[in-house]
Design a binder for this molecule. Structure first.
Ligand code: DGJ
Length: 747
């Protein structure tokens, strides 16, 4: 039996000069209630479904009702989990801020709020309510000599983001080890979903129970990673695309980083994230600061709503790409390192004839790079491969009305390169005498060394100045193991990541309109910070449409379709060896920024004609694809996957039914098409109807729709499409069917 204890008061004495302030932000169906009781470090009393207007009393009530009881054998005040969780509040889990002074003191901070501003105006009232807004809390531990600027922003999409900047105000250094920000999640968000993966199989989902302890996804690769957590979700058990409350976080950083889901033994739960700092990477001299990355947090009823907040946020940015995403031909799988002007101009001609709008020359055009063992880092056009320079090809491509794009891998070198020979000290290494293990025969060029940065910047700038180049495919093909500045041995992943961002920013500023694709051994650099300066990601080196159905489906949990490079490759996949029909390859690639990665000289006349019509279809629908809402149907474990895009006005939609396996059943759940208007009447038209099926007679609606194709398809009420659904055609494995939906004009 528990010992009797004297009840404790829940009125906590103020530890600070600050006062009590409570703020309610609300946007797009989401509410965030910030609680700064007695000037303590800000905590989130509520993050989730919108609460409606609260007023001062309501705000007080929400904060009061969030105060947990005090159990036995814990601190004698209610536990309060701050956004930067700290032991001084009774949090026994992972602290948000860790570090120490040279004498080993200073590791137990007590941050106190000194001032709060809302969209730049100092808050002087105890209660505030606003829509989408930026709250800035100035925190300090005066005794310890630390200040934290904490930014908490609710964006118009309902996406919440938070970041913290730590400044050392004492006169001795502070060795910052970790600065993690977090959000609370309810005790019944019992199930976790995040992602793993490997080269050519990125973003594979994994579900687990949210148990006591820390589900910690640490990344020490120096890049976002093929196995990145991507978005770490906690939700009500069994949550799906369209149902179940879900809370998800994404750490927006392209270097070492972490995501975590933590439950302490009392049941309190948080999701959090931040940069993973290596020893010494953030030793703050007096007056110096460290700025952590944004932690984005998205709440929704189902995964589609979580995804839609990321998409709407990205689409609302002024620098977001337009919807005319150019059909792209990348030559990698067509020619690899075999660069030959005649062959490439022939490819360009075939591409232009098909309606391709951007032609990208991949790896192999520079230095001694005739294969992947040599020349990386020497960004001058190879006279051996390109005796006349790139001009003849660029002119040919642009003369055919296409944009020219070029591959770079700016952060890397082969040891067998002019730059590595001239500057071995620019190659990352833990000691002067030992370099890291090679990976793809390459090492990392240390862009945090100003001279190395300037060298790459100048060489790339010269190529961009010399030719009419509108697009860079920016690659990054190895992990940063033992990534240190040679000579000092100091870890340099943090500095390298920031230098890469700066290089991208400078090149873009100097070349207005330049677009960059983020590629990293395929899809190993997909995060929201690299997407602040790049215009699409390469989802994976695996273009096998079966695998791409899964990878695209989950990449789009964070990234909208227009930012996902999605190509039609040759019939036999270069990565898996599997053979697929052109229709299945194309139907898979259509939901993304479409491209081709195929030696078109090998395509038959029939394939070329089919490819042309797929390109036309993409051009006709790209406005819908890149402005519409992504919807993914919950179909249990059926191998017949259904996803689509619905226009914001719900007057147009395009769905794909894809058979990613062979079912045990010959009849399936009906196709319920999510996201439409149940009150509207739609015309329904199946496309790509040559898909193989294993039925003698197709579903009746398909027959009727075909018969009414001239009128635009079969007339059906939205409710029938959404609620009762369409009988599912019995697609054979690795076949796909498109369903085109248009609102019928009112007669
Ligand atoms: C890895 C990329 O993912 C490929 O698409 C290709 O660009 C190669 N690198 C080139 O080396």
């Amino acid at each position: 039996m528990s010992p009797r204890r004297t009840p404790v008061s829940t009125a906590v004495t103020a530890p600070s000069p600050g006062s009590t302030q409570r703020i309610h932000l609300t946007a797009s169906g989401v509410s965030v209630v910030l609680d700064v009781t007695d000037g303590r470090s800000p905590a989130i009393a509520h993050w989730g479904a919108a609460l409606g207007p609260l007023g001062p009393e309501g705000l007080e009530a929400v904060c009061a009702t969030a105060v947990e009881p005090v159990p036995h054998n814990a601190v004698d005040v209610p536990l309060r989990i701050a956004i930067i969780p700290q032991q001084c509040d009774g949090w026994i889990g992972r602290p948000g801020l860790t570090g120490s002074r040279p004498d080993d003191s200073g590791w137990a901070p007590r941050l106190v709020t000194h001032a709060i501003s809302l969209d730049g105006d100092l808050l002087t009232t105890p209660h505030a309510e606003a829509g989408a807004a930026l709250v800035r809390a100035d925190l300090a531990d005066e005794e310890l000599g630390l200040e934290i600027a904490l930014e908490i922003e609710l964006l118009p999409s309902g996406l919440l983001r938070q970041r913290a900047t730590c400044t050392n105000t004492a006169d001795v250094p502070y060795a910052l080890e970790e600065l993690t920000v977090s959000v609370p999640v309810p005790g019944d968000a019992d199930e976790l979903l995040d992602f793993a993966g490997r080269w050519s199989k990125e973003r594979t989902p994994q579900r687990s129970a949210f148990t006591v302890g820390t589900h910690l996804r640490e990344n020490r690769r120096g890049r976002t990673g093929a196995d990145a957590a991507h978005v770490l979700h906690a939700g009500r058990p069994g949550f799906g695309f369209r149902h179940g409350e879900v809370w998800g976080v994404h750490t927006a950083f392209s270097g070492n980083h972490r995501h975590l889901a933590e439950q302490v033994n009392t049941g309190s739960r948080i999701l959090g994230g931040g940069e993973l700092l290596l020893p010494g990477e953030a030793v703050l001299d007096p007056g110096k600061s460290y700025a952590g990355p944004w932690l984005y947090a998205s709440y929704g009823e189902g995964l589609d709503e979580v995804a839609s907040r990321f998409h709407r946020h990205l689409r609302a940015r002024p620098h977001h790409v337009d919807t005319d995403r150019p059909v792209t031909l990348n030559v990698w799988e067509a020619v690899y390192f075999d660069h030959d002007l005649a062959r490439l101009t022939d490819l360009a001609d075939r591409a232009a004839d098909l309606g391709v709008e951007r032609f990208v020359l991949d790896d192999g055009w520079f230095g001694s790079r005739r294969d992947d063992t040599s020349g990386l880092g020497d960004w001058t056009v190879s006279a051996e491969a390109w005796p006349g320079g790139l001009g003849p090809l660029v002119d040919h491509v642009t003369g055919r009305g296409m944009e020219f794009g070029l591959w770079f891998e700016p952060e890397m070198v082969n040891e067998d390169s002019d730059v590595a020979r001239a500057h071995p000290e620019w190659v990352m290494a833990p000691s002067p005498d030992r370099i890291p293990l090679e990976s793809r025969h390459q090492q990392v060029l240390n862009l945090s060394i100003p001279e190395a940065f300037a060298h790459v910047r100048e060489q790339m700038g010269a190529v961009l100045d010399a030719y009419d180049i509108g697009y860079i495919k920016w690659d990054h093909n190895r992990d940063l193991l033992e990534a240190a500045t040679r000579g000092t041995g100091r870890a340099a992943v943090h500095a390298q990541t920031l230098a890469t961002y700066r290089l991208m920013d400078e090149l873009k500023a100097a070349h207005p309109g330049l677009e960059i694709e983020s590629c990293s051994s395929g899809g190993a650099r997909v995060d929201l910070e690299v997407l602040e300066r790049t215009d699409r990601v390469w989802v994976s080196d695996c273009i096998d449409p079966l695998d791409r159905h899964q990878m695209n489906r989950w990449t789009s949990q964070l990234v909208p379709l227009e930012l996902m490079g999605s190509h039609i490759a040759s019939g036999r996949s270069h990565t898996t060896g599997r053979l697929h029909t052109l229709d299945f390859r194309a139907a898979s690639a259509l939901f993304g920024h479409l491209g081709i990665e195929w030696d078109l000289t090998q395509a038959s006349a029939e394939e070329t004609a089919a490819l042309r019509s797929w390109i036309t279809l993409y051009k006709d629908r790209r406005d819908l694809l890149f402005t519409g809402d992504l919807v993914r149907a919950d179909r249990g474990d059926s191998p017949l996957w259904l996803h689509g895009v619905v226009s914001p006005q719900r007057d147009r939609a395009l769905f794909t039914l894809a058979a990613v396996g062979r079912s045990d059943r010959s009849q399936h759940d009906r196709l319920r098409l999510p996201g439409l208007d149940p009150e509207a009447i739609y015309r329904v038209l199946p496309l790509a109807t040559d898909a193989r099926t294993s039925s003698l007679i197709p579903p009746r609606w398909m027959q009727l729709a075909r018969e009414s194709a001239e009128d635009g398809g079969l007339l059906l009420p939205g409710a029938a499409l959404m609620v009762s659904g369409l009988a599912t055609p019995l697609l054979d494995p690795e076949q796909a069917l498109l369903i085109d939906i248009t609102r019928a004009e009112a007669s």
